[in-house]
Design a protein around this ligand. Sequence first.
Ligand code: SF4
Length: 417
Amino acid sequence: MAEKRIVLGNCGKTDPQDIESYLKVGGFKAYEKARRMKPKAIVEEVKKSGLTGRGGAGFNCGLKWELAMNAKGRQKYLICNADEGEVGAFKDKYILSHDPFGLIEGMIIAGLAIGARKAYIYLRGEYHPLKGLLVSAIGQASGKGYLKDMDIQVFEGAGAYVCGEESALMNSIEGQRGESRYKPPYPPQRGLWDMPTIINNVETLMNIPHIVNNGAAWFSAMGAGRSKGTKVFSVSGDVAGPGIYEMEMGSTLKELVVGLAGAADIKAVQIGGATGNIIPGYMIDTPLSHETFLGSGAVMVFNSTRDIIDIVHNDIRFLNEESCGKCTPCREGTEVMLEIYGRLQQGDGRERDISTLEELARTMAAASLCGLGQAAAVPVLDSLRYFYNEYIDRVNQSQFLRSYLGGELVVSKEGIR
Ligand code: SF4
């Protein structure tokens, strides 16, 4: 299947440093149309389109907007979540660097719909080089009179993965520690500085001008099930063509990683970064959607030379480092998991380690405060489900090594007894 470029439609065709080139391809026409619509009508159109959040959670975007539109508050805020910290994810970086005007147009329309006059682009700290481009694009849009209804500010994060979680992100903007908040209340009711707030991912907002221009029916005709429209993927790992690809929702993993990215030998694929599902190569015909696997769209391919225990160990090492430490299941759970994976890697694993990993993962999924701890369980449980034999092999190797080093085995010229 070929790519379907809607979100990426202008990338490479317009000059991200020059608003005139965006205007030449019909830029800001959706904004002009939205200004003639009532906020409720914009929200209805987005609701009917079935657009879901592209950051991973997959909540209906229009429904979320409706909550904020109806919420009371002397000020309402819109935040574009550009804190793309997921391992293997680089699609938002690509979008920001190629089509900043598309994002700004989507943000202004979102602001009109929910009644937000102040907006932030929360930019991942590591994407600092993009700040100048974004500030310039905002300045040019303002110079053309498109920012009469809204002020947009670029706010740089400080590199904490957990600040991609919306409540930690709001704490960060408020100048507090980047820690998740207890919920409820949810941001559309009480978010930034206790005011109604909508937080949308870059890719989500990029869809808005297209929905306003072409209508909800056009958008909802694409996709599968409740997953409408297209999805942008960052593909990396053991593929011939790593990069950014956009496909209709419901396209299969095979169409993406084999057809577009040129993978030839697939042992496993991790979808959604360090907290993503790990599925074996024989499941390559699975359609990609909210109903199956999707996450943020980071897809990493591993060939048959890769070690699954090593892959999950790396995921847990990353999550342990990035855990904010506020809640016990995640803080202590990732620590103990790290110890166990370290033991398995060093040839000192125990049989009970496997059941302890499973028990820890289930507890963390059920009791952690935010998505980091909850989803840390996913690669552990998937690897136990699909690659159990690799754990058993590692424990057997450890038992062999222990008995060998402990002198229980006798090595002689005749071999090992
Ligand atoms: S789950 Fe982890 S990152 Fe989230 S609040 Fe708890 S300790 Fe912090």
